[in-house]
Design a protein around this ligand. Structure first.
Ligand code: NAP
Length: 218
């Protein structure tokens, strides 16, 4: 696996996997990861840009390399954050269960794992590959904007909701009112994105002329 892998030091590590498309990564993601790290006592947070998100049209998202480089640029100044190419280098669809199983394999099952992602993404969890096993072997941190209603999740899981909430933790992040879509739209309209994403990411976007034109409005 091509990234600096945190090592166990006599006790099982508690890792956060920050899963997302990151097109582009922004401060909402960074605040989420840092808040999750502190609240859940994570040793490290590993950002894993999705290679081929199973639920998305590949033609509509930026190349994996652009998304990977931007994520690297965003996390480089945090010693507790790192980025993995695991899903990018896997040539098949990025199923979360495959990523989570791979982590348990690497750490000989000596691992506590939290999968951090957006609450909207978690709403669809019943459509994810082997979601029952996923909920058994790892916990989820669902990041949302303040005021987000979790009632939808209640209706999706029905009577199993109480059990599920032991494995899915909700985290309200004020900075999550920023979204990748919002940033792409602002760029397409020629508006500033200063302070919405770290400066090196902003410069990378301009240098590579990302998100210009109608393709960005999606
Ligand atoms: P998405 O549908 O693009 O995102 C849904 C919402 O969640 C958006 O508001 C998004 O905001 C937010 N979000 C996404 N990742 C986030 C993160 N790490 N922290 C905070 N908010 C986040 O979701 P996605 O990015 O494509 O997928 C999320 C993760 O779920 C990925 O790792 C993907 O591989 C996994 N997934 C797995 C399966 C499967 O195994 N079958 C199916 C679906 C998704 P932004 O647009 O601002 O990020």
């Amino acid at each position: 696996m091509s990234f600096l892998l945190p090592k166990n030091s006599g006790r099982p590590l508690t890792l956060g996997i920050m899963g997302g498309t990151f097109d582009p990564v922004h401060i909402g993601h960074l605040v989420t990861a840092e808040e999750a790290r502190q609240q859940f006592g994570l040793d490290y947070v590993i950002f894993i840009p999705a290679g081929a998100p199973p639920h998305k049209d590949q033609k509509l998202i930026s190349s994996e390399e652009h998304r990977y480089i931007m994520t690297m640029l965003a996390v480089v100044d945090n010693p507790y954050f790192t980025v993995s190419r695991l899903e990018i280098d896997r040539k098949s669809p990025s199923y979360t269960i495959d990523t989570v199983r791979r982590f348990f394999q690497i750490y000989n099952n000596e691992l506590n794992l939290y999968f951090i992602t957006g609450a909207d993404a978690i709403l669809d969890i019943k459509t994810w590959k082997d979601y029952g096993e996923l909920l058994e072997i790892c916990s989820f941190i669902a990041a949302s904007r303040p005021g987000y209603s979790f009632n939808k999740l209640k209706s999706i899981f029905g009577p199993a909701f109480k059990k599920i909430t032991k494995k899915i933790h909700f985290l309200e992040i004020p900075a999550m009112s920023i979204s990748s879509t919002y940033i792409r739209r602002r760029i397409a309209k020629g508006k500033t994105i200063k302070y919405l994403t770290p400066e090196p990411v902003e410069q990378y976007i301009y240098k590579n002329r990302l998100y210009l034109g109608s393709g960005a409005i999606r």
